[in-house]
Ligand binder design. Structure first.
Ligand code: GLN
Length: 344
């Protein structure tokens, strides 16, 4: 190869790299880290919101805990603050149990048996269950697996001969998405088990109305246990990155969920991930996301990154205040909004 030829080749590859960078809005590692650090510094002193206290153990968690993690679809990890301390995953587990049912039984199973529509009500609303009842049989329940009645139903759908067999599948799926073995925070599990009469009522009513086919007590217990799984911000971001990378955990390389199932999972997150504030959240960020009353939020920028923040104080809708603010800021800098294509 002569020199002119070589220079032409180098020039062409530079143009190609530039084109890809512009297309994805990709940042350098230093720029991503800077965005994470900036959000940490900006929101560290923000004191709005209040820990959930309807589960007594959650009221005792340090409200100052604040950790941010971004995991890109190619497996690079960026963090700020406390990304080691675990909180209970709470409702974020609903995403992964739903994903497991979809993986095992297909997208239609969840759509038909639970529904994939917003309820417009709080996550533990019993009125929403009554409203759904009026459309049972119409093939379009106004419910979804990310509010408690739908989530308890989804847990009841996971196949397994014994409670332990079902649990091994649930925890196994969470472990694969997080890329490490997770454990149940026993104090949270006990505290919620002692005080979850409302969820028991929901489970019983879901059985009476035919959404849960059998053993609602087992479904409520396993649901309570899955909500008590301990996770840190890095675990949650890796779980989000698994969804961002077509169902493949980009850190471990394991295909956790078939890529054809991922868009359905993300659609339900976009519709109902932040409960009755989901529309407002989507309006500002465009990101499918899921919050938990333990203070975590995970959000997904498809093809780009998973991002998670842990910070226990919640707003009135039950979503972490600092997590919402930090994720929105960072995603904005990283060009994470999937609706925001730039004109060519
Ligand atoms: N375990 C909690 C409950 O059932 C989960 C709620 C949440 O995180 N929004 O009430």
């Amino acid at each position: 190869m002569n020199r002119r030829h070589r220079n032409m080749l180098i020039g062409a590859s530079l143009v190609a790299v530039l084109a890809v960078t512009m297309q994805t809005g990709a940042q350098t590692p230093a720029e991503i880290q800077q965005a994470v650090d900036a959000a940490y510094a900006k929101f560290r002193t923000l004191k709005e919101g209040k820990n959930a206290d309807y589960i007594p153990a959650l009221a005792k968690v340090d409200p100052n805990l604040f950790g941010i993690a971004v995991v890109t679809a190619d497996g690079k990890v960026y963090t700020a603050g406390d990304v080691k301390t675990e909180v209970s995953i709470q409702s974020i587990s609903k995403v992964f149990t739903m994903a497991q049912v979809i993986e095992e039984q297909g997208l239609e199973s969840v759509e038909k048996q639970i529904g994939v529509d917003a309820t417009g009500a709080r996550f533990n609303s019993i009125i929403a269950v009554e409203a759904v009842r009026t459309v049972v049989g119409s093939g379009a329940p106004e419910m979804n697996p990310l509010v408690n009645p739908g989530a308890i139903s989804a847990t009841s759908m996971v196949r397994g001969g014994t409670a332990d067999a079902v649990w091994q599948k649930i925890i196994g799926f969470h472990n694969d998405a997080a890329g490490r073995p997770l454990t149940v925070l026993q104090d949270v599990y006990k505290s919620e088990s002692d005080t979850n009469q409302r969820n028991q009522a929901i489970g019983a009513v879901m059985l009476a109305y035919g959404y849960i086919k059998r053993n609602w007590q087992q479904a409520v217990d396993l649901y309570t246990r899955q909500c008590s799984i301990g996770v840190n911000a890095r675990d949650l971001a890796t779980m989000g990155a698994t969804l961002a990378a077509g169902g493949r955990n980009p850190v471990t390389g394991k295909q956790v969920l078939n890529s054809s199932k991922v868009p359905g999972v993300l659609a339900v997150m976009a519709t109902a991930g932040l409960y009755d504030d989901s529309g407002k959240w989507l309006y500002h960020t465009g990101l499918p996301a899921k919050s938990g009353v333990g203070g975590g939020i995970v959000a997904v920028s498809p093809g780009k990154f998973g991002i998670a923040v842990v910070s226990p104080p919640l707003d009135d809708a039950g979503n972490s205040v600092r997590a919402q603010r930090a994720i929105a800021d960072i995603s904005n800098v990283l060009g994470g909004n999937p609706y925001a294509a730039r004109p060519r």
